[in-house]
Design a protein around this ligand. Structure first.
Ligand code: PLP
Length: 500
């Protein structure tokens, strides 16, 4: 009895000590108000805020000479907690401020994202209910949300009924799952690996190389098919290579077309490549992580003709649907292949398996996962599809506008007209080496912070890129980009001149 009383007292004490894990209704209202104030201040500051803040901008430099950040994030967690106010201060100063503002309308580097407000709300709702999105039995609603999103994407890709897919963490995981599915379906194992050939261009995303490696296919032969002057795969050269490999007794296994390369936004000739893959019996994969969703608008749809010929396709809603990071999508035309590649079982799943054969968990590497479908579902459900179509059409036009305006500016040289929404360009200085000058230019733009652009190498030449993807980017932001580029380039160029 005494023992029992001690146990009851202990339970009471522990419950008290852990009660802050479960704030009551009054506390929740206060928390909500603090967070709402924070969110509003963040969102209202985007327009006037920097697109990029160097690491040391908001914090002290360490003595190491490097501008590494040192602050509250280097401290261990405390036993008693710092409270929400202090934690939000740290969030603002050390997490939200430094680095790239991916929410900024003037973030034009890499492939921008954005982060829709409705998706942020959906993340909160998904976390509040914590619905189990991996298994139909556990949450038929969450799984149906994922299926509804996939059905919409499949329709966009032109896939008929019978497709399968899953909402992944991003494009890399989706590409990896496609490689694994193709590998298993084609029985690429043992000695067959070194006889099997993968076809792609130098502009394919490096996550494909990573996926091939992770899938145990590093010994496959890889053919880098040359590109044309607009950085699109040369289908005529692919045809010659496929024929040569077939004649040599090799196994043309996996053809990758990129629907919107990360580098230049170029779209490989999807239809021609699809027909060739079919002719030579290769699996046809399209990496449309950046570009495929442009099919939502008329101009994009024209550019992306032929997506329906693929055996698998990747899209990244956290890029061109403007969702917060952490959601990609894979579609495989034949769902049974996706199932076969992920077949596995366990006794502790025995209540689950016979209920529904095609839960996300049976179609992908993940079991327990974020209920990420809701962040895609809520905005589409609330505002409909039209705003997305219009925003994507606007991005394509903005890229064309940037391209044509920049080509008129003194000193600038532009790359090809954009297929989608990426423009490449550089400044030709009066006296300096162009590569060195443009490296300095990119650095000066980052130091300035008003806009963010990134750089790349094209045919060994250092080039700048501007990618228009953020839903907040409009004509005024492109005008700002043009004037900042002109101002900084001219100033660097004349400085170099007067220094001589
Ligand atoms: C971004 C991108 C990827 C990688 O996707 P993540 O979502 O970053 O993992 C793959 N392919 C292309 C063409 C991309 O633009």
């Amino acid at each position: 009895m005494i023992e029992n009383n001690r146990l009851l007292a202990q339970l009471d004490a522990l419950r008290g000590e852990s009660s802050s894990l479960d704030p009551d209704a009054v506390a929740r209202v206060k928390i909500g108000q603090l967070v709402e104030t924070y969110v509003e201040s963040y969102l209202n500051g985007i327009d006037s805020g920097a697109a990029y803040s160097g690491f040391s901008a908001s914090l002290d430099e360490t003595n190491t000479g490097k501008s590494a950040i040192h602050g509250a994030l280097d401290e261990p967690f405390t036993e008693d907690g710092l409270g929400l106010n202090t934690s939000l201060d740290i969030l603002k100063r050390e997490i939200d401020a430094p680095g790239i503002a991916t929410t900024s309308p003037r973030f034009f580097g890499y492939i921008p994202g954005g982060g829709l407000y409705y998706s942020a709300i959906a993340d909160m709702l998904a976390a509040v209910s914590n619905k189990y999105a991996g298994v139909y039995f556990a949450s038929p609603g969450a799984v149906r949300v994922e299926e509804q999103c996939l059905a919409w994407l499949a329709d966009l890709a032109g896939y008929p009924a019978g497709y399968g897919g899953y909402l992944s963490s991003g494009g890399s995981m989706a590409n990896f799952t496609a490689v694994v599915t193709a590998r298993d379906h084609r029985g690429i194992e043992g000695t067959k690996i070194a006889q099997s050939v993968v076809y792609l261009t130098d502009h394919a995303h490096h996550c494909i190389d990573k996926a091939i490696h992770l899938a145990g296919l590093s010994k496959c032969l890889v053919r880098r098919i040359p590109v044309d002057e607009r950085y699109r795969m040369r289908a005529d050269l692919l045809a010659i290579q496929l024929k040569a490999d077939t004649d040599a007794g090799l196994n043309p296994f996996f053809v990758v077309a990129t629907a919107g390369t990360t580098n230049t936004g170029s779209v490989d000739p999807l239809e021609e490549i699809g027909n060739l893959a079919a002719k030579f019996g290769a699996w046809y994969h399209i990496d449309g992580a950046y570009g495929a969703l442009f099919a939502l608008c008329e101009a994009g749809r024209k550019m992306l003709k032929g997506m329906e010929l693929s055996d698998s396709i990747v899209m990244d809603p956290h890029k061109t649907l403007f969702l917060p990071y952490g959601i990609g999508a894979l579609l495989v035309k034949d769902k049974t292949l996706l199932l076969e590649a992920h077949a596995a079982g366990a006794h502790y799943m025995q209540d689950v398996v016979h209920v529904e054969a095609t839960s996300p968990a049976t179609l992908s590497p993940e079991l327990t996962k974020h209920f990420r479908g809701l962040r895609m579902w809520l905005p589409l459900q609330v505002v409909g599809v039209i705003p997305f179509r219009s925003a994507l059409a606007e991005k394509m036009l903005l890229a064309q506008y940037f391209h044509s305006q920049l080509s008129l500016m003194k000193g600038f040289e532009v790359g090809p007209e954009p297929d989608l929404s990426v423009v490449t360009y550089r400044y030709i200085p009066q006296h300096e080496d162009p590569d060195l000058f443009n490296q300095r230019l990119v650095q000066a733009i980052h130091d300035d912070g008003r806009i963010f652009v990134s750089s790349t190498q094209l045919n060994g030449v250092f080039m700048l890129r501007l990618a228009v993807v953020c839903f907040r980017s409009h004509k005024t932001d492109i005008d700002t980009a043009l004037s900042v580029l002109g101002e900084i380039a001219n100033s660097l160029d004349s400085q170099a001149f007067t220094n001589e």
